[in-house]
Write a protein that binds this ligand. Structure first.
Ligand SMILES: *[C@@H]1O[C@H](CO)[C@@H](O)[C@H](O)[C@H]1NC(C)=O
Ligand SMILES: [Zn+2]
Length: 397
């Protein structure tokens, strides 16, 4: 199957700006023969990003029993209140750290901590701690890699008392843990093969990695304002903006390394409708929607909704500029490209005590896990290390 959209890191050694300026010079010199020769030379190197094959899609696991709400490895430990400054916050943090330490030791773990007062907790400075889990090619220098950035918030809302926030957003966190472990062996293989081939990086395509941001303090404590909300993401975006990489790095600062900021929120209720919010990243939305469409056609998804989860692939007009306030806002304000995977209308349980494990729709949870995992595999160009077909390869984890 042919790719219907273009991944941004497409040119091997020249950026499109390089090429544009070269073309401009050539046109000015009227060297049209040379121009066409140059185009011929450039076009073949534009390839390199390919959609996952049907066989590869069939291998994408859902995570399955790991989302069991009572004893599932990934989700159950998160189905507790997780408010900053409480033991639930610490338990969630330990869950993430232990999991990556045990299962994904190649992933670099970084904390980005801050403190803030809130309108309901008096003069006490609450601790907010963002966790960043990153896997990059082994050869990159600081500021060289471009990073698919998968994001969810792990804090829960302080009210109503006992609120768990299963869709908001324990499930997105659990899905991202699953995505990480699914990507991991493919990343290992790809980096090893590239190293063996002497492909030491230096191009956008070769220097791809992935990071997962588990953000704290998304929820407002009293009511949503620009200062009472997004405690974690505001602190992180600001810190990254003010942490320049060394001169001559590929990217100015860690914000520049974010090839796409994919934010998952409010996932886990049945019949979600996730719209395309931003014209500049609509192509990435289309890639995600195409994965859903292909997986449905192949019978790989469990749900059977009247409308797809991602119904907006053909959207043409991006006239009205409204969007949902969420953790992407401080990053978007600094020019980071955003894909916001959030259903509207919000789930019926939104910010209610019913947003708990019992009210999740598990086939929807597993289908989101499959779709997002496949998207990440495709983004990271894992057809390069597609497993060669084995007997009985239809198992799902
Ligand atoms: C940041 O917070 C986490 C979680 O509380 C903690 O484990 C870590 O040590 C803190 N890091 C720093 C540098 O304070
Ligand atoms: Zn919320």
């Amino acid at each position: 199957m042919k790719s219907q959209y273009m991944h941004p890191p497409t040119f091997n050694t020249m950026t499109s700006r390089d090429i544009t300026s070269i073309l401009r010079v050539l046109v000015a010199q009227q060297q049209l023969l040379l121009l066409s020769l140059l185009l011929l030379a450039v076009i073949p190197s534009v390839a390199g990003y390919s959609t996952l094959s049907d066989d590869f899609l069939k291998l994408v696991p859902s995570g399955d029993a790991d989302y069991d709400i009572h004893n599932g490895r990934l989700l159950a430990p998160l189905l507790i209140p997780r408010v900053a400054g409480t033991s639930g916050q610490e338990a969630a943090q330990r869950h993430f750290v232990d999991y990556f330490a045990q299962e994904l030791p190649e992933w670099k773990v970084e904390w980005y901590n801050s403190t803030s007062t809130t309108p309901v907790t008096g003069n006490r400075e609450l601790p907010f701690a963002n966790l960043v889990l990153k896997r990059e090619p082994p050869w990159v220098r600081e500021g060289q890699s471009n990073l698919l950035t998968l994001v969810a918030h792990y804090d829960s809302k302080i009210t109503p008392d006992g609120f768990i926030g299963a869709t908001d957003s324990a499930v997105p966190c659990a899905i991202l843990m699953h995505v990480a472990r699914t990507l991991d062996p493919y990343l290992t293989q790809m980096y090893e093969e590239m190293t063996a081939l002497g492909e030491g990086g230096g191009s956008v395509e070769e220097d791809m990695g992935v990071q997962i941001l588990l953000l704290d303090g998304e929820e407002a404590f009293l009511s949503w304002t620009s200062t009472d909300s997004l405690y974690g993401s505001r602190a992180l975006a600001e810190e990254w903006e003010n942490t320049p990489h060394p001169v001559m790095s590929g990217y100015r600062n860690p914000l520049g390394q974010i090839s796409m900021f994919v934010l998952l929120d409010l996932l886990g209720s049945a019949d979600p409708r996730v719209l395309s919010w931003f014209q500049t990243t609509h192509w990435a939305y289309q890639a995600l929607a195409q994965i859903e469409e292909r997986m449905r056609a192949l019978g790989l998804l469990e749900t059977n909704p009247k409308k797809p989860f991602l119904p907006d692939a053909d959207k043409q007009q991006f006239g009205d500029s409204h969007y949902v306030q969420d953790d992407h806002v401080p990053f978007m304000a600094r020019g980071v490209p955003i894909l916001h995977v959030i259903p509207t209308p919000f789930p019926a349980v939104w910010h209610k005590i019913e947003d708990d494990g019992e009210h999740l729709d598990m086939p929807t949870v597993r289908d989101w896990a499959r779709i997002v995992t496949a998207f990440a595999l495709e983004w990271l160009d894992m057809m390069e290390v597609e497993p060669k077909s084995q007997e009985g390869s239809s198992s799902s984890r």
